[in-house]
Design a protein around this ligand. Structure first.
Ligand SMILES: N[C@@H](CCC(=O)N[C@@H](CS)C(=O)NCC(=O)O)C(=O)O
Length: 201
């Protein structure tokens, strides 16, 4: 299988970069410099019409959107390594739910926080406080889950931890800390210590 990975460090590509490292999947890498708008060239738009990184071209077919890539990597390369649950198991359903929850539900609230704190036109302390309260409600769910089990899917680390941890870690960077959620904090520290998350990601 041929895999060509279009990426940029410290971007939405980062969770995919880490997952590829975690799985040790052989691939070719093409760095797209999003600061000089390489993602808007006709050549790149022909690969990813959405004009963003990450994008993984699988045997000539582009797969874009980080979540889709991560769930595909899990199913295709993670099962044999015990890093993604087998199809037909309850854990597979949980992996799909929690990774989608992180990318869709949690990320939506983080985007609200980003707009309320970073966007010049939309900056608003009131909206920022509301967004932070909404993040904290979501962190309560994680706190409950991670108080009852070591990792997102149970006793063992999986790509679900990498995916959810990447989104929660991005939230910390935006100011949505996990101090008030100690089980989340301990889990996030353990996820971020994985060798696959070090280096140029
Ligand atoms: N939901 C998308 C987000 C992708 C995204 O926003 N990528 C940014 C980098 S963080 C990008 O390529 N931006 C370039 C642009 O918007 O022109 C995913 O996870 O794949």
């Amino acid at each position: 299988m041929s895999l060509v990975y279009y990426w940029h460090p410290m971007s939405s590509a980062t969770p995919v970069t880490c997952a590829l490292a975690e799985l040790g999947v052989p691939h070719e890498r093409v760095r797209i410099d999003i600061r000089s708008s390489e993602q808007r060239t006709a050549e790149y738009l022909a690969i990813n019409p959405n004009g963003k990184v990450p994008c993984l071209v699988v045997d000539g077919t582009p797969l874009f959107e980080g979540l889709a890539i991560l769930q595909w990597l899990g199913a295709q390369h993670g099962v044999a390594q015990g890093l993604w649950p087998a199809e037909g198991t309850p854990e597979r359903l949980q992996a799909l739910s929690w990774t989608s929850w992180a990318y869709v539900t949690y990320m939506t609230v983080l985007n609200r926080l980003w707009l309320a704190t970073q966007d010049e036109a939309l900056r608003s302390p009131g909206h920022a406080a509301a967004a932070l309260a909404a993040v904290n409600e979501l962190l309560d769910l994680l706190q409950a889950r991670l108080s009852a089990q070591r990792w997102m899917l149970g006793a063992d680390y999986s790509l679900a931890d990498l995916v959810v941890g990447s989104v929660v870690g991005y939230g910390v960077y935006l100011g949505a800390g996990v101090e008030a959620h100690p089980a989340v904090k301990a889990w996030l520290t353990a996820v971020q210590a994985r060798p696959a998350l070090q280096g140029e990601v």
